[in-house]
Design a protein around this ligand. Structure first.
Ligand code: NAD
Ligand code: TDX
Length: 339
């Protein structure tokens, strides 16, 4: 096992988004000696409410763009590590308008790598299982760290590009970098554009849930808190230069998840609309997390998807003021796309 790295001061990019903010809260709760600087541009997906109430002496928000070279030059020195979550993250948006994805996901990662190189700062790169493309429903295989890259969408191709930059900056310049590729996250603070929150909030608004294609596409679900503990394990105990896949054996097809949501919310199982499929829609994702489990001893805590889903539904019921402002515009965008 690698030597343990004990950061006391970290930058979390995208710390006002879904997974980044859950990570910030998890670090504050579990690692009292760590101070966090959140660097976030506050795009439509970033909300300072997501980290509201955290102690001011532990968490500082800097509103800014990861593509801003001068900002990074001033901010990065003095920190022990950058944990990079910031991204344009939604596949459907990337199909409608890919340009912000190229800019933030590729150029932004390049800027962060250059800043970490200049100041010899440890870098952890948060990526996705979508870089591996998709699997057939009946394929016994799951993705491993050795699976060739085969991204399908503008989103996943920009994430794949950013992973390649990280590998090159480690090998050529010796940047102390690790990469994690995680499966689909669910939990509190996820934007209402994403599958699970969209369906929950549709039902709460009296709108029928919307299912793409034939509903048989499979996603491998992990609770965002388990993603946080895995990123921390890799940052502090992972081997520099390595990639680790993060997953919690949560494969389910979309129609099963939707029926779980409908049932849990007291609706009939067929009370939803079939809508136009996503162009290039990946069929199935599946993660083999053996390396993370055996090498770093990581284990997920949320192993019961149904109870995690119930808690997530409850969270959206109780936090209407958080999601309501984004709901109408999100549904209008989907309606314009026939979805
Ligand atoms: P999100 O869209 O909820 O949040 C993204 C955050 O990044 C927002 O706060 C936004 O304001 C910020 N941001 C965007 N562009 C920026 C820029 N140029 N400069 C600074 N900040 C910027 O995303 P998420 O779902 O929380 O995903 C976080 C990361 O995890 C992404 O890198 C994504 O690729 C990866 N990931 C997500 C999932 C998933 O299921 N959502 C799974 C695997 C990996
Ligand atoms: O309304 C919908 N109906 C529907 O059937 C939406 C929004 C989605 N879907 C389907 C498409 C996918 O098969 O549900 C599945 C999940 O969709 P998303 O929530 O958009 O996630 P996905 O495209 O799988 O990508 C997610 O996981 C990997 C994240 O958004 C990415 O950031 C992450 O990298």
């Amino acid at each position: 096992m690698a030597e343990t790295f004990e950061p006391t001061s970290i930058i979390v990019t995208g710390g006002c988004g879904f997974i980044g903010s859950n990570f910030v809260r998890w670090v504050v709760e579990n690692h009292p000696g760590v101070r966090v600087t959140v660097l976030d541009k506050l795009t439509y997906a970033g909300n300072p409410e997501n980290i509201a109430g955290l102690p001011e002496d532990r968490v500082r928000l800097v509103v800014g763009d990861i593509c801003d070279e001068a900002l990074l030059e001033g901010l990065v020195p003095g920190h022990d590590a950058v944990v990079h979550f910031a991204a344009e993250s939604h596949n459907d948006n990337s199909i409608a308008d890919p340009e912000p994805f190229v800019r933030t996901n590729v150029v932004g990662t390049y800027r962060l790598l250059e800043a970490c190189r200049a100041h010899d700062v440890r870098y952890h790169h948060v990526s996705t299982d979508e870089v591996y493309g998709d699997l057939a429903l009946d394929d016994p295989a799951r993705f491993t760290e050795e699976t060739p890259y085969r991204p399908s969408s503008p989103y996943s191709s920009t994430k794949a590009s950013s992973d390649m930059l990280v590998r090159a900056w480690h090998r050529t310049y010796g940047v102390r970098a690790t990469i994690s590729n995680c499966s689909n996250n669910y939990g509190p603070y996820q934007h209402v554009e994403k599958f699970i929150p969209r369906q929950i909030t549709n039902i709460l608004c009296g709108i029928r849930p919307k299912l793409y294609g034939d509903g048989k596409n499979v996603r491998d679900w992990i609770h965002t808190e388990d993603h946080s503990s895995a990123v921390w394990a890799i940052l502090t105990r992972g081997r520099v230069g390595e990639t680790y896949l993060i997953g919690a054996d949560g494969e389910r097809d979309n129609i099963t998840v939707l029926r779980d949501v409908l049932r849990a919310m007291g609706r009939p199982e067929d009370d939803f609309d079939w809508v136009r499929d996503r162009p290039g829609h990946d069929r199935r994702y599946a993660i083999d997390p053996t390396k993370l489990r055996t090498e770093l001893g990581w284990e997920p805590r949320h192993t019961d998807f149904e109870s995690g889903l119930m808690a997530t539904i409850e969270w959206y019921r109780e936090h209407e003021a958080w999601w309501r402002p984004a709901k109408e515009a999100t549904e209008a965008r989907y309606a314009a796309q026939g979805q």
